[in-house]
Design a protein around this ligand. Sequence first.
Ligand SMILES: Cc1cc2nc3c(=O)[nH]c(=O)nc-3n(C[C@H](O)[C@H](O)[C@H](O)COP(=O)(O)OP(=O)(O)OC[C@H]3O[C@@H](n4cnc5c(N)ncnc54)[C@H](O)[C@@H]3O)c2cc1C
Length: 429
Amino acid sequence: MRERWDIAVVGAGASGLMAARCAGLLGKKKDRELSVILLEGNPKPGKKLLATGNGRCNLTNLALSQQHYHGDREALPPFLERYSVKRLTRELEEMGILTVADDQGRVYPRNLQATAVLQALWFGCEEAGVNLRSGDPVERAEPDSQGFLLHMRSGENILAERCILAVGGMASPRHSCGSFGEKLCKDLGHSFLPCRPALAPILCESQMLSALKGMRCRCEAALLEEGRLVAKERGEVIFASKALSGICVFNLSSLLSPEGKKHSEISLDLVEDLAEEEVFAYLKKLCRRHPERACRELFGGLINLKVGREVVKSLEIDGSRPLSSLSKEELRLAAQRVKDLRFMVQGVAPFEQAQVTAGGVPLCEVELRTMESKRQKGLYLAGELLNVNGDCGGYNLHWAFLSGLCAGENAAASFLERERGETEYAEAF
Ligand SMILES: Cc1cc2nc3c(=O)[nH]c(=O)nc-3n(C[C@H](O)[C@H](O)[C@H](O)COP(=O)(O)OP(=O)(O)OC[C@H]3O[C@@H](n4cnc5c(N)ncnc54)[C@H](O)[C@@H]3O)c2cc1C
């Protein structure tokens, strides 16, 4: 069986829902009811969206700029200028979603509910006349003289004149029906850069980690490659048994060289607001004032107690010695260590623990003004499928929503243009 549609959107995540809604709405605005079908492999749409921002959905960020993206970010500034935070919040407001920003510029729905965002997107799709078919993934795609032929797992075939691929990436596979992205893109003539997990814990080797499992502390985390500083991030680090986690570490994970060959380390500054000299002076004073105290409590007034004791162990100082026995050199080393606690990087945690995918379709293969493929006319791409990944803080949803919006509007506009052209031609001759 072969059904015919004006526009098919593959994937009902953040980008696909927005694309389908905007395609349908544009048709309505032009008094032409387009037939739009949204194809989702999961039983229900938007499963990943519900998990975003711990269920609160961090929609975008007031600090939006190219600097917060990785992958093919050089091409992004004109796109981000057109498809700004204002544009997104206006679109959300049209759907009935008001937003609030926190003190770090992270924008959320006013009621802090991802469910409300998904519901509004779905209502928007219904109002735009979008048809949903879920629980049946598209497994193969081929260009056809009349558009695109999509082969579903159920054996059904769908023919669509315009096709929007919004199938997401490989991160957090439990929220997706499984990534057919690479296959579908290659079927339709695109290349696909190797994918790796990003915004994920960084795997490290250290005995200290198992002792600190579950502990959290504020710090400045730095990524070093062959001793050279790559980037620094401030925030809360979370210790896991074989990894470091937390937003600041997630952001650094996106910067680790894909080849993983370089000697990489994470350095934690556990007292980022104090200079090493200040820490040294504090420790000297502490030892003078409390000579009888045990060395294991050297950092007790400075950082988390448990973390402090592990740092003392890492210095190979016997914890039962009195503070009075510490030499000036030992105190100097202690001050250095708490400002620069090193962990050898073993790699990035797998896709199961990652929030986004680095890699995918190179941005140079799409026209960024419209999101239309440069390889296949009538094909549009949006969202995480493309080689753009952002920092934590709303940047990934911003890209997904607005690349979806751009793809949806332009797919519909080009369909209507083709139709108008044919009518004018028929009327003229
Ligand atoms: C736990 C978690 C929390 C996050 N929190 C945030 C946050 O707060 N803010 C932020 O900006 N980003 C966040 N992200 C990242 C963000 O969710 C993604 O970047 C974004 O959802 C990508 O949107 P997308 O539409 O491209 O892909 P997805 O949302 O993954 O949607 C793709 C959809 O396509 C479907 N699909 C795939 N293949 C097929 C096929 N062959 N046929 C039919 N359907 C198919 C999938 O089932 C899926 O529903 C988070 C990610 C995770 C995992």
